[in-house]
Write a protein that binds this ligand. Structure first.
Ligand code: HAM
Length: 419
C-alpha cells in the first residue's frame, strides 16, 4: 500500500456492488413488509441538535457519555451525527404535528447511524438500521403488532434460530422503587462488582442487570426482580401483551434482566437474539417510550418501536441472492458498426431490457468472454458481413443456440423472448 493512499475510517465500511445488490433485496423486503402493515416511511436529517439526544436518549447512557460524534459548528451550536433514530423521529412527529392528522401514527425508516464504539464483529462506527416507531397508543395491541413486524420480517428472510426476549420495566413510579431496592441489594457487593457496574451503581443502576461480566452475573442472580414492583396496570399490560403474542403464535422468553441501554424506555422491552452472531448477538431491540415525546417538548404521547441492525441481518443471511446479471450484451467491432451498437443498446434499455456493450474497443472474442463473465443472458452480435445484409446474430448464452434476425425487427424479437 502506498504511503499516499487514503483509506476509510476505522469502523466504517464500503458496500461494493455485489454486496449492495443483497442490501437492495433486503430493503425491498422491508418496504414490502411495511406496506403490508400500513406504515409510512420517514427520512430525517443526518445530524440534529446535540440537546435532542442529551434529553431524549439520556445523559447517563453510553451513547451520550462516550459514543456521539458531536461538534460545535461555525454558528456556535452543538450538533451531533445521529446515533439512533427514535429521538429524531419523535422530534419530527412533534414538529410536524403528525398526531393531529392521525390518532395513531405508524412510521418506519432505513438509515445510517454513527456511534464511536469499539469496532468488532457486528459492531461498527457507521452502521445501518431498519426501525419502526408507532405513536399514540398505550395499549398492548400495538406492542404485539410491533413485535410481530420484526418476527414476520425475519421469518420472511428465512432467518432461523432467532429467539425473542421480553420484559417490562414498568412505569416510572415502580422503576424508582425498584432502583432503590436494587441498590440496597447491591450495596454489600459494591467492591466485588466490575468497574463499569460500580460506575453505574450511582448513575444508572438498572443497567447493571445488562452486565456481561460473569462475576457480576453471579451476584445479580439473587437480586430482586422488577416484576415484583410492577403496578397493577403494568401487570395487566404485560399479561395482555403475552396473550396477544400467544394468539399470534409468537414464542418468547421472559427475561427480567432485559432493561436496554437507552433511558427513554418504560414498560415493554424486547430483543431478538441470533446465537450465530457471536458476542454482538442482538439483531434487533426495542420497547415502549411513553415519556419521550413529552421530554422533547411535545404533548404526552405514548410510543413504541424497535430497530434492527442491517449489517447484523446481512451477517445471518445465507449467500443465496441471485448474481447480478443483465439481459443483453450487444457485441460489435469497428467504426462502421459502433453507432449501431450504441443506438441498439439505447433502444433495448428503453424497452426495459438491461443492456451492456463494449467501451474498451475489444475484439469480438473478448467482448463475448465479458458477456459470459457478467452473466448476460443473450448476446446480439453485429458482424461486418451480417451488418451489410442488415442482419444480426442473436446468441442464447445459456444454451449456445444462435439465430439470424433482421435489424429492423430486433427490438420486437428481443422483447418477445423470456428473460
Ligand atoms: P439499539 O439497541 O441501540 O436500539 O440498536 C438497535 C440495533 O441496532 C441493535 O440490536 C443492533 O442490531 C444494531 N446496532 C446497534 N449498534 C450497532 C453498531 N455499533 N454496529 C452495528 N449494529 C448496531 C436503538 O437504537 C433504539 N433506537 C431502538 C428502538 C426503536 N427502540 C424503540 N424504537
Amino acid at each position: 500500500m502506498s504511503k499516499n493512499q487514503i483509506r476509510s475510517i476505522k469502523g466504517t465500511q464500503d458496500i461494493l456492488p455485489a454486496e449492495s445488490l443483497k442490501w437492495r433485496v433486503l430493503e425491498k423486503k422491508i418496504h414490502d413488509t411495511m406496506e403490508l402493515f400500513n406504515y409510512g416511511e420517514i427520512r430525517t436529517p443526518a445530524f440534529e441538535k446535540t440537546e435532542l439526544f442529551d434529553r431524549g436518549v439520556g445523559l447517563q447512557t453510553d451513547i451520550v457519555t462516550k459514543e456521539m460524534y458531536s461538534w460545535i459548528d461555525q454558528g456556535g451550536e452543538s450538533l451531533t451525527l445521529k446515533p439512533e433514530l427514535t429521538a429524531p423521529v419523535s422530534r419530527a412527529y412533534v414538529q410536524h404535528s403528525l398526531g393531529v392528522q392521525k390518532p395513531l401514527t405508524k412510521l418506519y425508516y432505513i438509515d445510517a447511524l454513527f456511534r464511536r464504539e469499539r469496532p468488532q464483529k457486528g459492531r461498527f462506527r457507521q452502521f445501518h438500521q431498519f426501525g419502526v416507531e408507532a405513536f399514540g397508543s398505550e395499549h398492548p395491541e400495538i406492542d404485539s403488532e410491533i413485535i410481530s413486524i420484526a418476527v414476520t420480517l425475519f421469518k420472511e428472510l428465512g432467518l432461523k434460530d432467532i429467539s425473542l426476549k421480553l420484559n417490562s420495566i414498568g412505569s416510572e413510579n415502580c422503576r424508582d422503587k425498584y432502583k432503590d431496592e436494587l441498590k440496597k441489594f447491591l450495596k454489600p457487593y459494591l467492591k466485588d462488582l466490575s468497574a463499569s457496574s460500580q460506575k453505574r451503581f450511582e448513575t444508572n443502576p438498572l443497567r447493571i442487570l445488562d452486565t456481561k461480566s460473569p462475576s457480576d452475573i453471579e451476584i445479580i442472580k439473587n437480586a430482586p426482580t422488577i416484576s415484583n414492583f410492577w403496578s397493577n396496570e403494568d401487570k395487566v399490560h404485560f399479561d395482555e401483551l403475552c396473550e396477544l403474542l400467544d394468539t399470534l403464535k409468537i414464542k418468547y422468553e421472559v427475561d427480567s434482566n432485559l432493561v436496554r441501554g437507552l433511558d427513554y424506555y418504560s414498560r415493554t422491552t424486547f430483543e431478538l437474539i441470533s446465537p450465530s452472531l457471536g458476542a454482538q448477538n442482538a439483531i434487533c431491540g426495542g420497547g415502549r417510550y411513553d415519556k419521550l415525546v413529552e421530554m422533547i417538548g411535545g404533548k404526552p404521547t405514548p410510543g413504541i418501536g424497535f430497530a434492527a441492525g442491517i449489517e447484523r441481518i446481512m451477517m445471518t443471511l445465507k449467500n443465496d441472492t441471485d448474481k447480478n446479471s443483465i439481459d443483453i450484451y450487444v457485441v460489435g467491432i469497428g467504426p462502421k458498426v459502433r453507432q449501431t451498437v450504441f443506438a441498439l443498446a439505447d433502444e433495448l434499455r428503453q424497452s426495459n431490457l438491461s443492456t451492456e456493450c463494449d467501451m474498451l474497443r475489444r475484439s469480438i472474442k473478448s467482448q463475448l468472454r465479458d458477456a459470459n463473465k457478467i452473466g448476460a443472458k443473450y448476446a446480439i452480435i453485429i458482424g461486418d458481413k451480417e451488418f451489410e445484409n442488415k442482419l444480426v446474430e442473436v446468441k442464447n448464452l445459456n444454451n449456445g443456440e444462435q439465430e439470424k434476425v433482421a435489424i429492423k425487427s430486433i427490438i420486437s424479437h428481443m422483447t418477445s423472448l423470456s428473460f
